[in-house]
Design a protein around this ligand. Structure first.
Ligand code: MGD
Ligand code: MGD
Ligand code: SF4
Ligand code: MO
Length: 721
């Protein structure tokens, strides 16, 4: 037995990227705790961190490639697996055209940098228009609006929470989620500091959430009506002559057009549908405008709704009109050590092609995932027959999961890069398991871009991988090699073509950490920029707790990517979409029950329910409902109810609480593990039901194609009666 050793690294489970301290002995993780010396997370952790150990030890985790056979999953070798995937997908493409193979990238692909650096090596060869990801059930409106207003889909405004005095939060619950598009380890601690310096937090949410509970004020809002609230607040700022652009005035255009376009969005009109009275709306606007430093922030509850893009636009406008963009304590932009915005990344493009069946627009080369099932189920030229999924579980996480499940079962060939046989991957013909979080090194390519301070940190692998697993990036490279061999055997390439492809191939031969080293050296704090930090990977490794690069700094207009280097407020697509929001004002309030989701600190989307320590105790998949709504339906606390929507129905226990707005019910997503063929023994013992068996693949933000999870119309009835 060797002595226990201590190691440091960042947790890659959620966007907070907390620093962790691990004790390891003989390849076994003895303990996991917060790293007090991490200058960013300051020792913060949540209960999920220890699940990194559970994940590593999980007997249900796949540790070698498997092929589905009539009698179950059969172990195969890697080379055989790569060759078969390449042969099957290539054959489908040869016969049915390039769009007949689709791909879906799930959320953890962003939390594991090898997927970002190497993911396109194979997927890029497929040259399909049918590319999907979790983006379109999440932050697509943020990226689309950033592309339109600031010129780049990744130039996202981040709340400067450490210096603001007024934090307006819509549709986010950072006390449970630990923050999103706002990498903010220790949210609770930072909020305490905000309050200690006299700042305030105001929360707008149809549920009195964990975050609302610690806010200075909370207002219920009818799901899906935030667009009216935000535009009415803007209306007030215009009407009161409170536009204070400050230095933004030099590089902001189109505000006058906006002012004229939103004149109908009065506080009175908004009050009718939001459930927030007109005086409160005026006060919300004036308090925001009076604060010396303020920032409005909206996340999943604001983007996954039928007006998601308009909401993100109106939110940015509120920050702009009050002079709070690119200013201390407002909405700022990061300057990360590996800067994806300088050169290599796609700033975005919109509606260059459309989905075949419904005509939904692409954004940045991806189509909305709500269209995936119909692309598989609808016959015709370009029908999807092959699918590659990477780190995703769309059966549980995209709208109308039952329909998608049916579609997956009809595919000619499906391969999943994943270490679990879950509700999605059980449909695959082959599963290729990558290493888990503690077995590979890591650098947060994305989350340093979204952080409330400029920081950088490299995480070495903690333990050696199992002999027969591969890193995600190695799997992508293995598939790329095999696929290229297939292409070559069908259509040999000329020497000239081969020479042309050399630079790409050279890039593929580098490991992720070598690419990060290059990115650090070339980056804004890099060795090659002659910066005092002189960052390279070697230098960064001398800081095992990470390196703080300072508070966010004003960076506009230089950092803008728009053609005229100005912030664009009068985006034609968004102005045109206002007609739809006006129709909402005219509709008035509907009396039907509206469904929303929720997150729990001990859960992480669909995939961490196989860790006993996270799921034990009372189940968490209940329907939350206001007592008045329950009384009219004859439902007592704890009763079982049938919940039905246009697309499906399910049964759940109801939990009565005044924390719900009357007329709104809530069910968490990511549950529903009782489907046959799943191999997650702990999760199957706590299965719950899937919220996305009720959400609707036809209910979207039609402008972006993002799923609308908030405000799905449902009926709830007692099962007893
Ligand atoms: N109704 C409703 N639906 C929602 C949401 C909601 O609020 N309400 N939220 C949406 C949001 S924000 C998101 S991001 C999506 C998430 O949706 P998805 O990304 O589709 O689902 P996850 O549950 O994150 O699935 C993660 C999968 O990745 C695998 N995995 C984990 N780590 C790795 C790794 O390192 N490599 C590989 N190859 N695989 C790995 C896991 O085993 C699991 O199968 O769900 C969305 N769905
Ligand atoms: N513990 C845990 N942490 C997570 C995750 C997890 O599953 N579990 N998932 C991670 C991922 S992928 C993401 S994207 C982030 C998400 O991070 P958040 O956006 O902070 O997470 P949610 O809890 O979904 O917060 C959305 C809030 O919007 C509210 N809401 C719903 N509809 C509306 C509406 O119409 N208007 C308004 N104003 N509010 C509405 C909901 O009640 C909810 O409180 O969390 C990440 N962190
Ligand atoms: S808050 Fe997120 S990053 Fe921090 S320990 Fe929990 S899961 Fe990991
Ligand atoms: Mo997400």
């Amino acid at each position: 037995m060797t002595e226990a050793t201590t190691h440091y690294g960042a947790c890659n489970l959620c966007e907070a990227i907390c620093g962790l301290e691990f004790k390891v002995q003989d390849g076994k993780i003895l303990s996991v705790r917060g790293d007090d010396a991490d200058p960013f997370s300051r020792g913060h952790v949540c209960p999920k961190a220890v699940a990194l150990k559970d994940l590593h030890e999980d007997p249900d985790r796949l540790r070698h490639p498997v092929r589905r056979t009539a009698s179950g999953w059969e172990r195969i070798g890697w080379d055989e697996a790569y060759a078969e995937v390449a042969r099957r997908l290539h054959a489908i493409r040869e016969q049915h055209g390039s769009n007949s193979v689709a791909s879906y990238l799930g959320n953890p692909s962003v939390h594991n940098y090898g997927n970002l650096t190497h993911g396109q090596n194979f997927l890029g060869l497929l040259k399909t228009r049918n590319r999907f990801s979790a983006t379109s059930v999440d932050q697509l409106p943020h990226q689309l609006v950033a592309y339109w207003m600031f010129g780049h889909q990744l130039l996202l405004p981040i709340p400067d929470i450490d210096r603001t005095q007024h934090f307006l939060v819509l549709g986010a619950n950072p006390m449970a989620s630990n923050g999103s598009l706002m990498t903010v380890p220790d949210f609770r601690g930072r909020l305490k500091e905000l309050k200690a310096r006299g700042g305030r937090m105001i929360v707008i949410d149809p549920r009195r959430t964990e975050t609302a509970a610690v806010a200075d004020a909370h207002h219920f809002i009818r799901p899906g009506t935030d667009v009216a609230l935000l535009l009415a607040m803007l209306h007030v700022l215009f009407a009161d002559d409170r536009v204070r652009l400050g230095r933004l005035g030099d590089f902001t255009r189109g505000l006058e057009t906006v002012r004229q376009a939103i004149v109908d969005f009065t506080p009175e009109a908004a009050a009718r549908i939001t459930g927030i009275d007109a005086d409160t709306i005026r006060k919300l606007a004036r308090d925001f405008s009076d604060a010396p430093r303020a920032v409005a922030y909206g996340r999943v509850g604001l983007s996954t709704q039928a007006y998601g893009s308009l909401c993100q636009w109106a939110l940015n406008l509120l920050n702009i009109v009050s002079g709070n963009v690119d200013r201390e304590g407002g909405a700022m932009f990061t300057l990360p050590a590996v800067d994806l915005l300088s050169g290599q990344t796609n700033p975005g493009h919109f509606d260059v092609w459309k989905s075949r069946v419904r005509g939904l627009p692409e954004f940045g080369g991806e189509l909305p995932v709500a269209a995936l099932a119909e692309e598989i189920l609808t016959p015709g030229d370009g029908q999807v027959r092959g699918l590659v999924t990477v780190a995703g579980n769309p059966v549980l996480s995209t709208p109308n999961g039952r329909q998608l499940e049916q579609a997956l079962s009809q595919l000619d060939f499906m391969v999943s890069i994943d270490f679990y046989v879950n509700e999605t991957t059980r449909h695959a013909h082959m599963i290729l398991p990558p290493t888990c979080g503690v077995e590979h090194d890591h650098y947060d390519l994305i989350f340093h871009h979204l952080a409330v301070r400029n920081t950088t940190r490299y995480t070495p692998a903690l333990v050696s991988p199992d002999a027969d697993t591969r890193h995600d990036w190695q799997i992508h490279n293995g598939l790329a090699r095999a696929y290229r061999a297939q292409m070559e055997s069908h259509r040999p390439e000329s020497i000239g073509m081969k020479l042309k492809k050399l630079p790409g191939l050279a890039r593929q031969s580098l490991r992720p950490d070598q690419l990060i080293d290059l990115g650090l050296r070339l980056g804004p704090y890099g060795r090659w920029k002659r910066r005092p930090e002189r960052l390279s990977l070697r230098r960064l490794k001398q800081h095992p707790h990470g390196l703080d690069l300072g508070a966010l700094q004003p960076s506009l207009p230089a950092r803008l990517f728009t053609a005229d280097n100005k912030i664009r407020c009068d985006v034609p697509e968004l102005l045109a979409d206002l007609d739809r929001a006006r129709a909402l004002l005219d509709e008035g309030r509907s009396d039907s029950l509206r469904l929303i989701g929720r997150r729990h600190l001990r859960s992480n989307n669909s995939w961490m329910h196989n860790a006993e320590r996270l799921v034990k105790g009372k189940g968490r998949c209940q329907l939350l409902m206001h007592p008045n709504d329950a009384a009219t339906r004859g439902l007592a606390d704890g009763a079982r109810a049938r919940i039905a929507s246009r697309v499906g129905e399910l049964e759940a226990e109801v939990l009565l609480t005044e924390d719900m707005m009357p007329g709104v019910v809530s069910l968490p997503h990511g549950w529903g593990h009782s489907r046959p063929g799943v191999n997650l023994r702990v999760a199957q013992a706590h299965p719950g039901v899937s919220l996305n068996d009720l959400t609707d693949d036809q209910f979207l933000d039609p402008l972006s194609g993002n799923a609308s999870f908030s405000g799905v119309e449902v009926s709830v009835e007692s099962l007893a009666g």
